[in-house]
Design a protein around this ligand. Structure first.
Ligand code: ZN
Length: 202
């Protein structure tokens, strides 16, 4: 089971979300959401970790943790998704994002009043939904890299500055930063240290 690490992440999200929701006026088409969203983020991360763990059990010698994604259902965002993977892959050492078959999670695109989010399909599979309107309002690479941050186990932190990726829509539409800051990088490396061991135990 995913225990303390996720518990801490969830607690942090719950602390920051209600204030962010009130402050933004409208919560639609903003990736500055609610406690519900925080729960979905955690369920999503759990689904990704389970999927990766299943594959690792089949290849116990593997050292690097690889998380495989599909862009088949998000064709308009291929460039942003590739850029997000590149950003994360050059920012962290213990986990790697790779596009391929038999994916651990998938990107989807469409229009949704909730904006973009990470969630599960009810059958234990994780997906990231990218909303058209939100991706026009906000820097699309930032939105995609933010949602991909949930893949790697980071919770939302809407009250943070633009220099923080997981502050999402908090700093507003003018924020163009798509890079995680030093704390976000080290948190991800901590979660995925020693393969999946720490993602499960910490
Ligand atoms: Zn988020």
């Amino acid at each position: 089971m995913l225990t303390a690490a996720l518990g801490l992440g969830l607690a942090a999200s719950l602390r920051t979300s209600p204030a962010a929701a009130v402050g933004t006026g409208t919560v639609t088409h903003k990736y500055a959401g609610s406690a519900e969203e925080a729960k979905a983020n955690q369920a999503f991360f759990e689904a990704v970790v389970k999927s990766v763990a299943k594959k690792r059990a089949a290849t116990p010698g593997a050292t690097a943790v690889t998380v495989v994604y599909s862009t088949a259902n998000a064709p308009s965002f291929r460039t942003q998704i590739a850029r997000s993977a590149q950003i994360w892959n050059s920012s962290v050492a213990n986990v790697r994002l790779v596009e391929g078959g038999n994916p651990d999670f998938a990107y989807y695109e469409g229009s949704d009043s909730r904006g973009s989010y990470a969630s599960t399909d009810g059958h234990g599979s994780g997906y990231i939904f990218l909303d058209y309107q939100q991706n026009q309002q906000y820097n699309s690479t930032r939105v995609t890299a933010h949602e991909t941050g949930h893949v790697l186990g980071l919770p939302d932190h809407y009250s943070g500055p633009c220099s923080e990726l997981m502050s999402g829509g908090g700093p507003g539409t003018s924020c163009q930063n798509a890079q995680p800051n030093a704390q976000e990088r080290s948190r991800v490396d901590q979660l995925w240290r020693y393969g999946l061991a720490s993602a499960f135990k910490n």
